[in-house]
Design a protein around this ligand. Structure first.
Ligand code: 13P
Length: 255
């Protein structure tokens, strides 16, 4: 297995944090710190921060992502944001199906699939989040749960498009809890995701897909996690909100 075929991506998911002026300040701090990174560096930020974020990182190696997108092109969907709106302002990535959206906002595997197809059709890169609850891990159905989420998210997505898709394995019990999956646990599930992709498509396609780990990743545990064969990067919550905490993770992925 040749990890170098895949693009390592370290993406911050800021969640509901940072006003536009705070977003500008954090990105300005981050720009010189990650300018020599040998991996893709992405900041996924709240909708209202997107325009200033895109403007701030212009000419740098940092890419900007949104935290969700609607599947329809336009219409009567009060409060929603379309892929065309994101594309026009220069967004490149979109986080989809995050467990917080599944848990608090009624996100389902079906809507994740619709969003994934819309994001790909717009030429944006989806970061599709999957992961098991603690209860599901205790019942020893992690691989089944995650395989189901992956298959449903990718229904009707072509092999060509899946190669552009990023999958983020985020065990729900490890998000914002300070409890990280061990590097072996992360590797096991990321490898199972790749095996699912190989079954759905083929081995060559599966090998091309970037699979991130997310869940309390930080400067202290990122080396071990990112060294794993099937862990191609990270989706970082808390540690992405402070430049000094995010930079070491980018450095670890650049090794
Ligand atoms: P934390 O890094 O805060 O655990 O969040 C992970 C996450 O949910 C990223 O999407």
């Amino acid at each position: 297995m040749d990890k170098s075929k895949r693009k390592a991506i370290i993406a911050g998911n800021w969640k509901m944090n940072k006003t536009p002026s705070q977003a500008k300040a954090l990105l300005e701090e981050l720009i010189p710190m990650v300018k020599d990174a040998d991996c893709e560096v992405v900041a996924c930020v709240p909708y209202v921060d997107l325009a200033v974020a895109v403007e701030t990182v212009k000419g740098t190696n940092i890419k900007i992502g949104a935290e969700n997108a609607h599947w329809e092109k336009s219409g009567a969907f009060t409060g929603e944001i379309s892929t065309d709106m994101l594309k026009e302002i220069g967004v490149e990535y979109v986080v989809l199906g995050h467990s917080e959206r599944r848990q608090y906002f009624g996100e389902t595997d079906e809507t994740v699939n619709k969003r994934t197809k819309a994001v790909l059709a717009a030429g944006l890169i989806p970061i599709v989040c999957v992961g098991e609850l603690l209860w599901e891990r205790k019942c020893d159905i992690t691989d089944e749960v995650v395989a189901r989420q992956v298959k449903l998210a990718l229904y009707d997505v072509s092999a060509e498009d899946v190669k552009k898709t990023v999958i983020a394995y985020e065990p729900v019990w490890a998000i914002g809890t300070g409890e990280t999956a061990t590097a072996d646990q992360a590797e096991e599930v990321c490898a199972a995701i790749r095996a699912t992709l190989a079954k759905l498509y083929d081995a060559e396609t599966a090998e091309a897909v970037t699979i991130q780990y997310g869940g309390s990743m930080n400067a202290g545990n990122c080396d071990e996690l990112l060294a794993k064969t099937n862990v191609d990067g990270g989706l970082i919550g808390g540690a992405s909100l402070v430049a000094e905490k995010f930079q070491p993770i980018v450095a670890a992925a650049s090794k």
